[in-house]
Design a protein around this ligand. Structure first.
Ligand code: TRP
Length: 330
């Protein structure tokens, strides 16, 4: 176990996770958990960078996000779930790394730019601008080799790699340069036709949604607007539902498209098929979720054990970093 390479990845605790997260990163976590020693970070400090005015939301989401991760089949015997704010070594590493990153580099980070625009920041906080540095500390405190993430996170992994290279060059350090691992599935669009499924966009199907909610969300999905009746030939290439069949129902996808074009299936039946597929995926998750919801003490214990382990490892890494930088009493 201890000789395995490590994975670190995680989520901001700003609300429940949805199918976009599942397709983009969660699925990979499950696949890789046997081959890597895995750490799942509940990024509550990073959540503060955008939601500092609503700390209750962040706190309330810690269990939600932990249970989302457990519900999809991450095995608590194999995976450590850890709480960022309770690992002071991450904060300390952030300070040391912050000397190695220029403000201009952070300002040019494409994900920072997009998020700042979406949140309407014209004068962003120091904490927000600097979160990629703190994310480098998240990844390197445990010397993770691999970081399964969605493509919006690539600039941050690149930033981490730069910090690691600079640190190792300047101080002859032994930090590991991590690799990003992207999902092979393209980004999931919103059922409303928006390019992205997002919490803030109000178009998400949550892992915690019950079957009725999923049915209702799928029923209201945007399809081919030019198709008024079943007799009109459909255009799957412009239909959000077809994109979902492609991701969640790949075996039937070609057939469904052909039936749609040939008027052999209407939108109502096609949506029903999709709801069934999604509910079949989500049902086992719902069962696991129900267990953990009813046993919050078990979840609490898991977070404590995971976080303790992270602190043992983080302490060593910080010591190494300080020694390399000659920040110690001789
Ligand atoms: N930035 C990630 C997100 O918004 C969350 C995150 C924090 C993360 N620290 C990380 C992801 C370290 C991967 C590795 O979802």
């Amino acid at each position: 176990m201890e000789n395995k390479k490590r994975i670190l990845t995680g989520d901001r605790t700003t609300g429940k996770l949805h199918l976009g997260h599942y397709v983009g990163s969660l699925q990979n976590r499950v696949k890789l958990q046997n081959d890597y020693e895995t750490f799942i970070l509940l990024a509550d400090v990073q959540a503060l960078t955008t939601h500092f005015e609503n700390p209750q939301l962040i706190n309330g989401s810690i269990y939600d996000v932990a249970i989302d991760n457990l519900s999809i089949g991450l095995d608590p015997e194999k995976v450590s779930i850890i709480q960022q704010s309770q690992i002071p070594y991450i904060a300390e590493l952030t300070i040391f790394y912050s000397m190695l990153v220029s403000v201009n580099t952070l300002r040019h980070n494409p994900t920072i730019k997009t998020e700042a625009k979406n949140y309407g920041y014209d004068d962003m906080t120091y904490g927000f601008l600097g979160y990629p540095v703190s994310q480098a500390a998240d990844i390197t405190f445990c010397k993770a080799h691999l970081v399964p993430v969605g493509d919006d996170q690539l600039p941050h992994i690149e930033q981490t790699r730069k910090i690691v290279r600079r640190f190792n060059d300047l101080y002859h350090g032994n930090l590991i340069e991590p690799e990003a691992m992207l999902s092979s599935t393209p980004r999931l669009m919103g059922l409303d036709g928006n390019a992205k499924m997002g919490k803030s966009l109000g178009n998400a199907i949550y892992l915690s949604d019950d079957a009725d909610t999923v049915n209702q969300k799928v029923r209201s999905a945007v399809t081919d607007k030019s198709r008024i009746s079943v007799k009109d030939p459909g255009h799957p290439e412009v239909c959000a539902v077809s994109k979902y069949h492609q991701v969640f129902n790949p075996g039937e996808y070609d057939n469904i498209c052909e039936m749609c074009r040939g008027s052999a299936i209407g939108c109502v039946a096609c949506k029903k098929k999709l709801s069934e597929t999604l509910n079949a995926l989500l049902d086992p998750f719902r069962e696991k979720r129900a267990y953990y919801e009813a046993h919050k003490d078990v979840v609490r214990e898991l977070l404590q054990t995971g976080t303790d382990k992270a602190n043992r490892i983080g302490k060593e890494t910080l010591q190494e970093v300080k020694e390399a930088m000659s920040i110690c009493l001789k």
